[in-house]
Write a protein that binds this ligand. Structure first.
Ligand code: MOS
Length: 698
């Protein structure tokens, strides 16, 4: 075997997205763009009440319409196995748990016919009183045992009240965040195709082919080998496609019922009903410090909602358990089960809303102490992870704050609020810290060497627009000690070696480790091999299941610092953010080009949360009032004139073979607080509820 040319590392190179040309030319196919013979189209009918019972549906008139193939309701839907997530028990019961829940579906030979049939289908629902409003002092609030994914809901260190009593300065305030909906460019969509042998293939837009296959097989009562989930290109997810959504199960049921492939494309409006959202939060933070700004007590309480179907407990206070040193600490979460859709994952669930509260409170404490907010944070750097006492694998928050301060020009800042004016604009700057855990999850991969020097690497990973496929190609090329052009990485198919979700900012670290191990094993095989390769090459497979056991030894987190400049119109209260600057410490950066995009994307989403995004709850009708992109504004180009992402060099030997932490979520953490803190600096007005809309500032 002649060794392939050794190439200086592909990791760290700003490689363009491998599938970029396919995407911009339209050649990349998304879920329901895949062709299928004799395909039929489905349309969903949703509940018009928030709580009630579906009565008898007469499908006759709709079935008589030309082109209609089937109507399905709870009365005639095939029985499913009980899923882990009751949201997947589609049409299994006449009970309605929230407005917008799926109560019927229609299949027709054309999309237009399906849509019209769904519009005219009469689904009577007996309505009952509902409660959809999260509010302080809710009589049914309770403390769950755990919050996501499996943290204790409540933690206590020391004596919080004693710590507050001893403090020279106490800050006590309540912060609120709104319900938020993910708005990926490609809404959820599924094409389901049954084979004659009873096996099922779906093209589905999701963040995890392997786990979607498992969920779908379980609910349908199939062996996982009978189900294949393909998601080669995915137009965003942000967490909303991290776990299976109802349309995946429904498409499979409908396709079996009509004996034809079925396409089910969720509409933008429907994404506001049953694809998950970020819970609203009401958070009380109490901080106590001595006169030098040393924290003596940190208390963080979050009230949030779940549905009557399932307990989903956002881990809002978990970052408060590890951010700053303090001898006395208490964190806890309360939940209320309302007649609402089940909340789900949205970029940095927990850390994002929780750090809005904590980092706003730190800024308020700095003002009360007359201290610089950066110095306050530096003064409260913990030597080891608070609560657990574990050593840090690496913690470079201070480096991020210092580097960011220099780049941003923080030194010239006059801390007095409400004193800088440029024409009609009040000008201010703010800072906040970021953090996100460096998770890794079990995955497996296969690498094959072909005669002629090409390599194929296979893993059921998902590239949801992040550049994951490109990063894996770089990682594989380095591990194989070959050039990028020789490596093809196949992803997005549950038939490939099992992989974890593109979520929790863990994708590249998890998959990259499996890819590295498989490639190293392949190199060993190649080195031991004499003569030409057989026609189908040589291959090696690896899994990280064993490697990841016993990783509780160290505290592994990424950190960052967010800086914002805002201008507030003194007459209208309009807030503009001419400049956002983030500096992150996230281990080794695999691809500076796609990484920068990820971080800028997260910061943009944080700006959007700070100023624009809110799903407005209609207490009377029990739904979100705004359920499209006209009523739910997502930051557009004109809202984001200047955003910069940087990183500090961070070497951390305790992560994975690449030395990388995740970068998908940390960019959104702390951004909203930096902006709210800057708004206070500009105006002297402290906004503790998001979004910061103009009426709050006039
Ligand atoms: Mo992300 S909310 O972990 O997909």
């Amino acid at each position: 075997m002649t060794p392939t040319t050794l190439t200086a590392g592909a990791i760290g190179q700003p490689v363009r997205r491998i599938e970029g040309r396919q995407k911009v030319t339209g050649a990349a196919r998304y879920a329901v763009e895949h062709p299928a013979d004799d395909v039929a189209h489905a349309w969903i009918v949703q509940s018009t009440v928030a709580r009630g019972t579906v009565g008898d549906v007469d499908p006759g008139p709709v079935l008589a319409l030309p082109g209609v193939l089937a109507v399905m309701t709870h009365a005639d839907a095939p029985r499913l196995q009980d899923p882990d997530d009751p949201e997947l028990a589609v049409l299994q019961s006449p009970r309605v748990a929230y407005r917008g829940q799926i109560v019927a579906a229609v299949v027709a030979t054309s999309l237009e016919t399906a849509r019209e049939a769904a519009r005219v289908l009469e689904v009577p629902i007996r309505a009952e009183d509902h409660d959809v409003v999260l509010r302080e002092g809710h009589p049914e609030a309770y403390t769950p045992e755990v919050v996501n994914p499996s943290f204790p809901a409540e933690t206590t260190t020391g004596d919080i009240e004693a710590g507050l009593n001893d403090a020279a300065v106490v800050h006590d305030a309540t912060y609120r965040t709104s319900p938020l909906h993910n708005s990926p460019m490609e809404p959820h969509a599924t094409l389901a195709v049954w084979d004659d042998d009873g096996s099922l293939t779906v093209h589905d837009s999701n963040q995890a082919a392997s786990t979607h296959r498992a969920a779908l097989a379980q609910v349908l009562g199939l062996e996982s080998g009978q189900v294949r989930v393909i998601a080669r290109h995915v137009g965003g997810g942000f967490g909303s496609k991290g776990s299976a959504r109802p349309q995946l199960v429904l498409a499979a049921m409908l396709a079996r019922a009509v004996g034809r492939p079925v396409k089910l494309a969720v509409t933008r409006q429907q994404t506001f009903a049953f694809t998950g959202y970020r819970t609203p939060t009401i958070q009380r933070v109490r901080l106590g410090a001595d006169a030098d700004g040393r924290l003596l007590a940190i208390d963080h309480h979050a009230l949030e909602q779940t549905s009557t179907l399932k307990e989903f407990a956002e881990q809002t206070c978990v970052a408060t358990r590890m951010m700053y040193a303090a001898p006395n600490r208490h964190t806890t979460h309360d939940l209320v089960a309302l007649d609402v859709p089940t909340p789900s994952w949205m970029r940095a669930p927990g850390e994002c809303p929780g750090m809005f509260a904590l980092e706003s409170a730190m800024d308020e404490l700095a003002v009360a102490l007359g201290m610089d907010p950066i110095e306050l944070r530096v003064r409260n750097e913990p030597e080891a992870e608070p609560e657990s006492g574990r050593a840090w694998s690496s913690r470079n928050l201070v480096a991020c704050l210092r580097d960011g301060a220099q780049r941003f020009g923080w030194a010239e800042r006059d801390p007095t609020p409400g004193t800088r004016r440029d024409g009609r604009w009040l000008v201010g700057t703010g800072v906040a810290a970021s953090t996100y855990p460096a998770y890794q999850q079990p995955s497996s991969a296969r690498a094959r060497a072909l005669p002629g020097g090409a390599f194929v690497v296979e893993i059921a990973a998902a590239d949801i627009g992040t550049g994951g496929r490109t990063a894996l190609t770089q990682i594989a090329a380095d591990a194989l000690q070959t050039g990028l052009e020789r490596v093809t990485v196949q992803i997005g198919d549950s038939a490939l070696p099992r992989a974890s979700v593109a979520g929790g900012s863990s994708g590249t670290a998890s998959w990259g480790t499996a890819v590295t191990l498989a490639c190293r094993a392949l190199r060993q095989r190649l080195e031991a091999h004499d003569g030409d390769l057989p026609p189908d090459g040589l291959q090696a497979e690896a899994s990280t299941d064993d490697l990841l056991k016993g990783r509780e030894d160290l505290a592994r987190h990424a950190f960052g610092a967010q800086f914002a400049e805002v201008r507030v119109d003194a007459d209208t209260g309009e807030v503009r953010v001419p400049r956002l600057l983030g500096v992150f410490a996230a281990g080794r950066i695999i691809n500076p080009q796609t990484a920068r995009s990820q971080l800028i994307g997260g910061m943009t989403m944080g700006l959007s949360m700070a100023l624009h995004e809110a799903s407005i709850v209609d207490g009377e009708f029990g739904d979100f009032l705004n359920h499209d992109l006209a009523g739910y504004h997502v930051a557009a180009h004109a809202d984001v004139p200047g955003v910069e992402a940087h990183w500090v060099q961070e070497t951390d030997e305790h992560l994975n073979p690449m030395g990388s932490k995740g970068i998908g979520e940390i960019g959104i953490v702390g951004t909203a607080a930096a902006i709210a803190n800057a708004v206070h600096h500009a105006t002297g007005i402290r906004i503790r509820a998001l979004p910061i809309q103009p009426d709050r500032l006039v």
